[in-house]
Design a protein around this ligand. Sequence first.
Ligand code: NAP
Length: 351
Amino acid sequence: VSNVMNQQIVLAQSPSGRVTLSDFALVTTEVPFRAADQVLLRNILVSVAPHQRAVMQEPTFRPRLVAGEVIPSSVIAEVVAGPPDGPAPGTVIAGTAGWEEYSAVRAATVRPILAGRPLVRQLSLFGLNGLTAYFGMLQVGCVRPGETVVVSGAAGGVGHLAGQVARIAGAHVVGITGSAEKNLILEKKLGYTHTVSRRSAAFPDDLRAACADGVDVYFDTAGGPILDVVLPLMATHGRIVCCGETSQYDTDQTSLPSPRGFSKSVITKSLRIEGFLVMDFSPQWGDALTRLRDWEESGQLAVIEDVRDGLDAAPAALVAMMAGKSVGQLVVRIRQEAGLQQKRETMFETL
Ligand SMILES: NC(=O)c1ccc[n+]([C@@H]2O[C@H](COP(=O)([O-])OP(=O)(O)OC[C@H]3O[C@@H](n4cnc5c(N)ncnc54)[C@H](OP(=O)(O)O)[C@@H]3O)[C@@H](O)[C@H]2O)c1
């Protein structure tokens, strides 16, 4: 492709302390070469996720990001070209690529989107975060009616859905967030029973008061000091769902030795602590998506999305997210959905 270029957001340098805008660079490169088993994607929506910060400092389920590499991301994209047995050009798919206009990824890794639903929803409720909330709460947490469930990061992309899944399962849901404004949304719009602020000096007392019968399921997206506070509140036979450790991501310090009193609580209360990756459940994603769609259509579950425009808005969105300034699923739209057809035809002429 000679006359089409690819804009990317790459890591300029590993953050020192908290991530800042100077840790990113906007660069223009060639459209990537597509190998025979790959699809060339033109990205429409990219995600903003704490994992993008985590992988700047250490390996996760993928290798550590080094300077010059594109920021990895879930994407919703249009297939521009691909192998004959892959999705046809023009098909809109979900996949894992990066903060860039064009990506070449293995055709076997892209998946169809849920027909008839808005594109942005394919990155929230019907994307990895919706599936994480669903499987983390139901299959790892095994939540039961009448139980008390605590969710940290409760207004976030995963958290605002996880709490609602627990509520639909019949639990009392207590949300932990960093602000009173977020707590108001959780209680008024999403049916959380109680909320507490992790930034309040009274946080441990507030949480204890909200969980008078103990915590049956802790859906942990934060790790660190919040886990320290929740652990002594766990009820006998409680389950801690280790979903994420956001409190440890936006720093260049190594992880704190946490939580305190770990073995004592786990043993004396017969707790189960289980980590998971949403990919572990991929054979069951289809059934989960059907249930999530039914809950949304029947009005039992509400989705909050925060869409920012333009590829160059992505770094600021991640900085804001790590500072606790986002609500719901944060998504960056890097081109308008309208006009897909016309742009695609122009592109094909150049291929
Ligand atoms: N296991 C899996 O397969 C899987 C899949 C997807 C995501 N995850 C994990 O799930 C977590 C949530 O992801 P998300 O996309 O939904 O992000 P998110 O919750 O929308 O955004 C991150 C939130 O973390 C909170 N936070 C920031 N710094 C914190 C700190 N020092 N201590 C405690 N909380 C802090 C902030 O909310 P408040 O200020 O309101 O607390 C912020 O809004 C992440 O850890 C992610 O890696 C896991």
